[in-house]
Design a protein around this ligand. Structure first.
Ligand code: ZN
Length: 267
């Protein structure tokens, strides 16, 4: 029926279901959650996916054992000139500084390092030269991160972080991207923000903002700081703890970077 969606859930026979223990919860204006209390192990875990009408992809997904991989191939990565761009990716925190600690002890340092490595991989495949300011759990001050990018004369600098709300409020979720100054920085921030929102449905858009963070203030090239979600937020944390979502976020960041480089990174 036009304008309506019907969700049908089928059960195998002899399941002992008590409808009164179920609930439909509104998370925000366009996102609902159904809580089903049922005997344990009666559900098969298939993960989260995108709902997009694409018969080609659907067919391929059907055949593929790893549906996760093909789920986000609708995000086609733009081409850039090979070996022309030098990109510095900065995974926030590290070593004795774990950054934000979220629900279930989820640590910012681990989440952003995983995302950063995936961004590096994707950009390298497209022919960009990519270096991480840290590639493992080491203590790294802010000045060497900046001087590394400045000395290397990098084309862009992207610092990746995850948020925590004061008081660890679980109802606060969302993504935001900061730049310090200049239209290039702002444009890079906009491209990345747009893409990370696409892979985080329901999580609020906290916008592209000017920020005075040390690493984006002192780098000479267009530089942004991306906050990929709240580790303390119910919605964001549940996603960020999953490797598949971190891959999607990495894909989105890479896409934003490549869009920027392919359009304005020529001079
Ligand atoms: Zn951080």
């Amino acid at each position: 029926i036009k304008g309506k969606t019907r969700l049908v859930i089928e059960f195998t026979e002899k399941k002992n279901i008590k409808p009164l223990t179920w609930s439909l919860v509104g998370l925000d204006q366009n996102r609902w959650k159904i809580k089903l209390f049922s005997p344990s192990n009666s559900f098969k875990k298939i993960g989260e996916g995108f709902t997009k009408r694409n018969t080609k992809t659907a067919k391929r997904n059907h055949k593929s054992k790893n549906t996760y991989r093909t789920n986000y191939d609708y995000l086609k990565l733009p081409q850039i000139k090979k070996n022309k761009f030098f990109v510095v990716i900065d995974p926030g925190h590290g070593g004795p500084d774990p950054g934000a600690i979220g629900i279930g002890g989820l640590r910012e340092t681990d989440v952003v390092l995983d995302v950063s490595k995936n961004v590096q991989k994707l950009l390298s495949e497209k022919g960009a030269q990519v270096r991480l300011t840290r590639s493992n759990e080491v203590d790294m001050d802010l000045p060497p991160r900046v001087s590394f990018a400045n000395r290397a004369n990098a084309d862009i600098f992207v610092s990746i972080h995850a948020n925590a709300s004061r008081g660890k409020r679980r109802d606060i979720n969302g993504l935001e991207t900061f730049y310090y100054r200049g239209w290039r920085g702002r444009l890079l921030a906009r491209r990345i923000q747009k893409q990370i929102l696409k892979v985080s449905p329901g999580s609020p858009d906290r916008g592209v903002k000017q920020g005075r963070f040390y690493v984006i203030k002192n780098t000479k090239m267009p530089a942004v700081l991306v906050e990929i979600g709240f580790l303390t937020g119910r919605l964001d944390a549940r996603r960020l703890e999953k490797s598949i979502h971190r891959k999607r976020i990495a894909y989105a960041i890479a896409k934003g970077i490549l869009e920027y480089l392919s359009k304005v990174g020529w001079n």
